[in-house]
Design a protein around this ligand. Sequence first.
Ligand SMILES: NC(=O)C1=CN([C@@H]2O[C@H](COP(=O)(O)OP(=O)(O)OC[C@H]3O[C@@H](n4cnc5c(N)ncnc54)[C@H](O)[C@@H]3O)[C@@H](O)[C@H]2O)C=CC1
Ligand SMILES: O=C(O)CCC(=O)C(=O)O
Length: 457
Amino acid sequence: MSQLITEVQPDVEIYIQSIYQTVVQRNPHEVEFHQAVSEFLESMAPVIKKHPEYQKYAILERIVEPERLISFRVPWVDDQGKVQVNRGFRVQFNSTLGPYKGGLRFHKSVNASIIKFLGFEQTFKNALTGQPIGGGKGGSDFDPKGKSDLEIMRFCQSFMTELYKYMGSDVDVPAGDIGVGGREIGFLFGQYKRIRSGNEPGVLTGKGIGYGGSLGRTEATGYGCIYFLQEMLASQGLELAGRQTVVSGSGNVSIFAIQKAQELGAHVVACSDSSGYIFDPNGIQLETVKQIKLVEAGRISDYTLHHPEASYYEGSTNIWNVDCEIALPCATQNELNEVAARQLIDNGVIAIAEGANMPTTLEAVHILLANNILFAPGKAANAGGVAVSALEMAQNSMRLSWSFDEVDGRLKKIMQHIYQDSIEAAEDYGFEGNLVAGSNIAGFKKVAEAMIAQGIV
Ligand SMILES: NC(=O)C1=CN([C@@H]2O[C@H](COP(=O)(O)OP(=O)(O)OC[C@H]3O[C@@H](n4cnc5c(N)ncnc54)[C@H](O)[C@@H]3O)[C@@H](O)[C@H]2O)C=CC1
Ligand SMILES: O=C(O)CCC(=O)C(=O)O
């Protein structure tokens, strides 16, 4: 390796800027991907200064370029007999630490930019868990809203009929994300098995408990986010109990973040969906939210039919106007902007933990950090979901099923380690207390060291 002639650029800031420029040129119009790369590169200068070998081995140049992006046609027939065509994606971003791992998103907004930002962040998130998993992500612009069970099944079967070619329990292991829950994973798994004979339970995670799923996976992202939040609060001698809390979204992550927060005594007063939010001064009745969202597939506005003392407000992002000490963005990317950040600060917020992926815009992150708000970035705070997915893979390999408490106990330890690693990395590189930089650096270093060990690939 001593003959490597990669020129080491002495001005690290210029070097890092050139990496960003190349990403923008190579991926024009992919604004979400640019945003994720930009946020990551903001943490890199002291790392590259301390480790010139990362420049020599072109780690940054390689890490921002996905190993592979697969894009494919997904034709299916709707209930009226009409042929529909969607686009499917899988980005296999980085396999240095293990098989590509990351969810599938079915949402009308899905495009290459969104899948690439998610796959890029997933690489560092998965590294932070300390488990042997690389980064991947996928999905489709298919909109599951208003579709029948049979339409969802036909779509999933068509999607898998192409995706299976790139999967395998040691190759690429998808799971759920927005619009993909237990029902969709079941249909996807059924079709995979039908095409590839033999039993390979570890090829997908988030499966039903009766056929290889792990207890605790459904709860893992939301619970993990609260475990991380607890660590962050405890570092300042604070607790969650009694604190007014607002949680955006009302899907998988939000519901179980609310459940754990309430269990720990938080007073959760608001949650939302893509149309608007509800405010319940008596505290959100989670069983009603579960009934509306998990059973009836209804709108969050229906909550007020059951609880007339609650109010419904149009416009999902207005949820950040609600007074709170704890804010948990758990819905989607860029749902908390500069204006919302200032409003939260004016209202006395003390801590924000991202259950969703990149829900806070970069400008809003800067404002929150500058105002010393405790801020837990998604790639650390929402890593509990993928961590328990990796535990599901481990159980599948061993042909074992652990109890809920066993899985939950491991999840808690993993979240505590992620907090510790991130806070230490921040301190080591001159970003004391900044978990955005700390999690970027801690995740990056694990991948970078392994990339060097594995040669130029
Ligand atoms: N499911 C998982 O294990 C993990 C999910 N995440 C992230 O968490 C976020 C939520 O995912 P899930 O809960 O799994 O999806 P989900 O499909 O179960 O729920 C998404 C929720 O967000 C709401 N929503 C969508 N757009 C919205 C908007 N513009 N404003 C307000 N609400 C909106 C939907 O109404 C729904 O309640 C996503 O960013 C996802 O990438 C991150 C780590 C793991
Ligand atoms: O469980 C998984 O494999 C992926 C979860 C996920 O998509 C995420 O962490 O954003």
